[in-house]
Design a protein around this ligand. Structure first.
Ligand code: ADP
Ligand code: MG
Length: 211
């Protein structure tokens, strides 16, 4: 059970498939409190990521960070909207702390914390503002709290927390991003970016191969 570059590549393949499946649901969430493009944006971006990875043969010494850096640059140039630069920065920061062949539990925690820092550096949102930070922050916190576990357990704790964090955005009033234009009317709908974060982290777990 190793989290290596092959895992990162499997993660992206599974993320693209899951986000394609969720495309209409994510777009519907964004229709409620945004401009109905989140599912379309991410589907386009992650399809491009898979195409880019397929066109880039893996060298024998490929690091996790090298994969995540390709993901970052591809997302930045293809997703658009608010979420493109946010996810792009998340993967870019994550790439910087994962320039190694294998991730151990501390490295998984570092990956998640770096991604979160990238998102907050770029978007200046904090927990409770009804954004993807409401999934990433609990994910990073849960990973850090699960540091005695295996890499898979650390990731799984993060994914569960992201899922709960996304659900917990439903009653919140948005104060950042496009949804904030709705003010109080943004309450009662799940934040699309928090939901897509939960999907992304669920596929990170699914991509881990059992020993
Ligand atoms: P846009 O809002 O430009 O149409 P998307 O629909 O692709 O872009 O993405 C919307 C998502 O981006 C929101 O659901 C929210 O999770 C996230 N988001 C928007 N602004 C911010 C921000 N400042 N910080 C963190 N996340 C944000
Ligand atoms: Mg949108």
């Amino acid at each position: 059970m190793t989290l290596d570059a092959a895992w990162a590549r499997r993660w992206m393949t599974q993320a693209a498939a899951a986000l394609a499946d969720a495309k209409d649901d994510l777009t519907e969430l964004d229709r409620q409190i945004g401009d109905a493009d989140h599912g379309v944006n991410l589907d386009r971006g992650f399809r491009a990521v898979v195409a880019k990875l397929e066109a880039t043969p893996a060298p024998d010494d490929e690091t996790v960070g090298a994969v995540l850096k390709l993901v970052a640059t591809t997302l930045m140039s293809t997703v658009g909207g608010a979420s493109g630069p946010l996810y792009g920065t998340a993967f870019l920061r994550a790439a910087r702390v994962t320039d190694r062949a294998h991730l151990d539990p501390p490295a998984v925690i570092a990956l998640l914390e770096a991604a979160l820092e990238g998102i907050t550096a770029r978007g200046h949102a904090t927990v409770g503002e009804k954004t993807m930070v409401d999934a990433w922050q609990p994910a990073a916190d849960a990973a850090a709290a699960a540091d005695e576990g295996t890499t898979r357990e650390v990731l799984a704790a993060a994914a569960r927390a992201a899922d709960a964090g996304a659900t917990a955005t439903i009653p919140l009033v948005a104060t950042k991003g496009r949804a904030s234009y709705l003010g109080e009317r943004s309450a009662g709908h799940e934040d699309p970016g928090a939901r897509s974060t939960a999907i992304l982290l669920a596929t990170a777990v699914a991509a881990v191969e059992e020993p």
